[in-house]
Design a protein around this ligand. Structure first.
Ligand code: HC1
Ligand code: SF4
Length: 569
């Protein structure tokens, strides 16, 4: 341990702690822009400067160690003036059109400039106005970049993807796409983690909200919205709602207030995915062992990564569509038939914590129900929240409403899809019942929960041993695949979610700069599961009905046509 003095207070911290972390331990606020603990500790933004007795220069607190006997000052005039000058320098090269920026009100540069009393910009350099493919789901505005390098580190070290890099030389050095390639030609998985880790508005999603507003305004169009499992754990955060207040039923009320015709829950089709994927797993274990290990395929970020980096594994991806896509196919077939609506007049919207879903809905093969895309638009939670605000909807003034029939019923198994390990656990609950004819305790498979990057467990499904693994974050997935390819690990079934923590930590979720909320949000889902009367997908009465009335049974010809896909298509 080392003991130092910060602003006259003695603080004791473990050796090798940074001065910044020591300040945080002492409750001393130090502003930062580039710092991400464990990932980006490079002192690039120079906003966390502090004064250390005996050293002439001010030092960046994030990449200098706290030493025994050190005396640190964080509030001296020198420190304040230097921080302010550094923020002014960043602003001189920044497009400060805050009123039209998606991060206005949630931007760390804006906050620190306001905190430091920046009221005018003493100088300004010409901006670059670099071109970008505005049709791509991920938008980058080079004029907003502050060169914090977080996106490079997150993409490279956490997600093993390497889309971003430093480009150009000397004074022209900037952050850009590696090798200067067009973004659509890179291996970007569209996990969106660079967006949620950007402190400013340099990275964002393509905004598709106007397409939804237009569909709502068209009297000939029936707008059907599905809400993904992980949305309920986060949609209320920017709107000042607690987790208890921000229920899926209150969100349904907001959507109805906006003019949406039907509101359903993707957790319903997560139950459907389990019926198909669980049956596929048992079939492969019994009849096609060469197709093992089977990987989950509900995360399009992971599917994109797999296709780009591990084409040898594509045939091991489950052919079951993601719940979002299954929901779209069911909406424009079974639901349209039940409700007597022409499926061509349905506008199908999914609200997802995800960026990659924007590319999934555009895959040409995902148009099985009536020839039109099964899902027309995928919105992130951030776009949803912007729609709620733009519609002047005040959730606090609304009463909850029930989800619509017949696709609004779901089980706890469907809800936990949004947290790492949840898809696996939901699948095992149902696979066990199919294999044995008996119900296991709903918590019997909880060994696959938790925040470890790579988890494994083995279960007995009616005499058949099944070895499973769960990875979240593409860097962890990469390690797991290499172990499988090298023969160092053997599994039958593997869940991969691209985002750390699963969809609760998704790249389309609300942003809280410097904070990781996935674990806390995941707890919301596990708690909802514990409270649900039905916790196994096969117990969902509407799932039973949809098989009785429409699909026949899992893996039937109709199910294969509407609920499965060819990943090579
Ligand atoms: Fe997910 Fe899924 S869990 S992929 O993260 O399988 O986005 O929430 O909707 O489709 O159900 C996302 C979440 C979501 C699908 C489900
Ligand atoms: Fe999207 Fe979820 Fe996959 Fe992240 S983990 S890319 S949010 S589906």
């Amino acid at each position: 341990m080392v003991t130092l003095t910060i602003d006259g207070r003695e603080v004791t911290v473990p050796e090798h702690t940074s001065i910044l972390e020591a300040c945080r331990t002492a409750g001393v606020k130090v502003p930062t822009l580039c710092y991400l603990k464990g990932l980006n500790e490079i002192g690039a933004c120079r906003v966390c400067l502090v004064e250390v007795e005996g050293i002439d220069q001010l030092v960046a607190s994030c990449n200098n160690e706290a030493l025994d006997g050190m005396v640190v000052k964080t509030t001296s005039p020198r420190v304040r003036q230097a921080r302010k000058a550094n923020v002014e320098f960043l602003l001189s090269r920044h497009d400060t059109a805050c009123t039209s920026c998606v991060r206005s009100g949630n931007c760390s540069l804006q906050t620190v400039a306001n905190d430091l009393g920046v009221t005018s910009l003493p100088y300004k350099v010409d901006l670059t106005h670099r071109e970008w493919d505005m049709d791509f789901p991920l938008i980058r505005d080079a004029d907003k970049c502050i060169h914090c390098l977080r996106c490079i580190q997150v993409c490279d070290r956490m997600q093993n993807t390497g889309v971003w890099d430093l480009i150009n030389r000397s004074s022209h050095t900037a952050v850009g796409v590696t090798g200067g390639a067009p973004i659509s030609e890179t291996d970007c998985a569209l996990c969106g983690q660079c967006i949620t880790h950007c402190p400013v508005g340099a990275l964002r999603e393509r905004d598709d909200t106007e397409r939804v507003f237009d569909a709502i305004a068209d009297p000939d169009t029936t707008v059907v919205v599905q809400i993904a499992p992980a949305v309920r754990a986060a949609w209320g955060e920017p709107l000042g709602l607690s987790h208890d207040e921000a229920t899926v039923e209150l969100l349904a009320a907001c959507l109805k207030q906006l003019g949406v015709d039907y509101v359903f829950d993707t957790s319903f089709s997560a139950d459907l995915t389990i019926m198909e994927e669980g049956s596929e797993l048992l079939r492969n274990v019994a009849e096609h062992p060469g197709e093992l290990p089977m990987f989950t395929s509900c995360c399009p970020g992971w599917v994109r990564y797999c296709k780009a980096h591990h084409p040898e594994m594509v045939d091991h991806l489950s052919t079951s569509k993601s719940p979002g896509q299954m929901f779209g196919a069911v909406t424009k077939s079974y639901f349209a038939e039940q409700a007597g609506i022409d499926p061509h007049k349905i506008f199908s919207v999914e609200i997802m914590p995800c960026l990659a879903k924007k590319s999934e809905v555009d895959i040409p093969a995902m148009s099985d129900a009536c020839g039109d895309p099964d899902v027309d638009v995928s919105l992130t939670v951030r776009e949803l929240d912007r729609m709620i605000k733009a519609g002047m909807v005040v959730p606090q003034q609304l009463e909850e409403v029930e989800l619509d029939d017949p696709l609004g019923t779901y089980t706890g198994a469907g809800v936990i899809f949004g947290a790492t390990g949840g898809v696996m656990e939901a699948a095992l609950r149902t696979a066990h019942a199919i294999a044995t004819g008996r119900e296991a305790d709903a918590d019997a498979f909880k060994d696959v929960r938790g925040q470890d990057g790579w988890k494994e467990a083995a279960f007995d499904l009616g005499g058949t041993p099944v070895r499973v693994a769960v990875a979240h974050g593409l860097g962890n997935a990469e390690k797991l695949i290499q172990a499988v390819n090298n023969g160092d690990a053997t599994y039958d079934f593997i869940e991969v979610m691209a985002c750390p923590g699963g969809c609760v930590g998704g790249g389309g979720q609300p942003i809280h700069d410097g904070e990781e909320r996935a674990e806390e949000r995941g707890e919301v889902l596990w708690e909802l599961d514990r409270e649900m009367p039905l916790r196994r997908s096969h117990e969902n009465p509407q799932i039973k009905a949809v098989y009785d009335e429409f699909f026949g049974e899992p893996l039937s010809e109709k199910a294969e046509e509407l609920l499965h896909t060819d990943h090579h298509a």
